[in-house]
Design a protein around this ligand. Structure first.
Ligand code: PLP
Length: 364
């Protein structure tokens, strides 16, 4: 494959098993939004279920329905909806709905069938979810809809800002208040959940009944690479391109747009057909690592839309060799984290932006 994201499904399965042990028996929802963090939603979802995931989480109903169409039957939650969303199809497909405000709750309750809902409360992230001043009315309405048989409240959930341990702990306390307010209206669902990977691993008091695991299921850390290794997680994606051209050039040859890189000596340039259209960050120009035949080089000059150039010096590199941008660092290649660092971003952004021209290939 000229551009390939090789995804190790066994790694995702093993990571989910490892994480289930690490969180001590609470239920797990593996998050496969954004095309499974770039890994492919349906294959990632199947691997997660093999690893013991009890739930799958996606952002929107389209993502959920695609998984249902792929034959994936696992309980599933979707939590970000178009204001004009028609909820009938999701209810019919048994997709649980995250609900964030009263008018949305009324619309979900009006859908045909009985919607299974998870009420979302904002405990300090400032995004979706009912604000504390609206909790009483929100839970009262939910209780009324539930009594009328229009909805079943399966969960109450929130999301952490990750603004330090104290910030997360304060959000957990406020979440407990929300559960108490809900309880006072007779809303006592089976699943309270607030923790994503970060808190699930570091703040046991945040685990409640279920944890939502995204990044770590793919073998990446919400903190830094050392955590991944310490837990024994395996990065699941290896991104590579075939070297499509190799040539000798003389010292002083400028490389790529703007000649930000000039060959300091006579050297060999290798051309790799991945660029920013494929998710290689342009901010990684002159900085991102690329491994060829076991040696790690740095991208020479600017990342272009479709390609990057690597200066391999006098090393023997041939057309058809593979240039690996990132993979499992235990195999001697750069990590996703190194690319993130080189580009001023986070590992999440690197893997989720791998573009559609890159062929996903799967190993069991
Ligand atoms: C993306 C997301 C997660 C997963 O976060 P990770 O840090 O990848 O584990 C969990 N919950 C919600 C609401 C999310 O949007």
């Amino acid at each position: 494959m000229m551009r390939e994201a090789l995804v190790d499904l066994g790694a995702i399965e093993a990571n989910v098993e490892t994480l289930r042990r690490a969180v001590g028996g609470v239920r797990t929802m593996v998050i496969v939004k954004a095309n499974g963090y770039g890994h492919g939603a349906a294959p990632a979802a199947r691997a997660a279920v093999l690893g013991g995931a009890d739930w799958l989480g996606v952002v929107d109903i389209d993502e959920a329905l695609q998984l249902r169409s792929a034959g994936i039957d696992t309980p599933m939650l979707a939590w970000l909806h178009d204001p004009a969303q028609d909820f009938d199809e999701a209810v019919a497909a048994r997709v649980d709905l995250g609900v964030s405000y009263l008018a949305q709750l009324d619309r979900v309750a009006a859908a045909s069938g009985v919607a299974q809902v998870h009420l979302k409360v904002d405990t300090g992230l400032g995004r979706n979810g009912a604000a504390p001043r609206d909790w009483a009315a929100f839970f009262e309405a939910a209780a009324a809809h539930q009594r009328a048989g229009r909805i079943v409240v399966r969960g109450i959930f929130s999301h952490l800002a990750g603004a330090g341990m104290d910030g997360d702990a304060a959000q957990v306390l406020l979440f407990e208040d929300a559960l108490a307010v809900a309880g006072s209206f007779g809303v006592e669902p089976e699943l309270a959940h607030i923790a994503a990977t970060g808190a699930a691993l570091t703040l046991p008091g945040s685990r409640f009944d279920l944890v939502r695991l995204g990044i770590a299921a793919y073998g990446l850390s919400p903190f830094d690479d050392t955590h991944t290794t310490a837990l024994g997680l395996i990065p699941a994606m290896r991104l590579s391109g075939t070297i499509v051209s190799v040539k000798r050039v003389t010292a002083g040859t400028g490389v790529s747009y703007g000649h930000d890189y000039v060959a300091p000596r006579d050297t060999t340039l290798a051309l790799v057909p991945l660029g920013y259209a494929d998710g290689i960050p342009r901010l990684g120009s002159g900085a991102g690592p690329v491994s060829i035949n076991g040696i790690t080089y740095t991208v020479a000059g600017r990342v272009a839309m479709d390609q990057v150039v690597v200066d391999v010096g006098d090393d023997a590199v041939a057309v058809g060799d593979r240039a690996i941008f990132f993979g499992d660092p235990a195999t001697g290649v750069p990590s996703v984290g190194e690319w993130a660092e080189a580009s001023g971003t986070i590992n999440y952004e690197i893997v989720t932006r791998i573009g559609p021209r890159v062929t996903r290939r799967y190993t069991p």
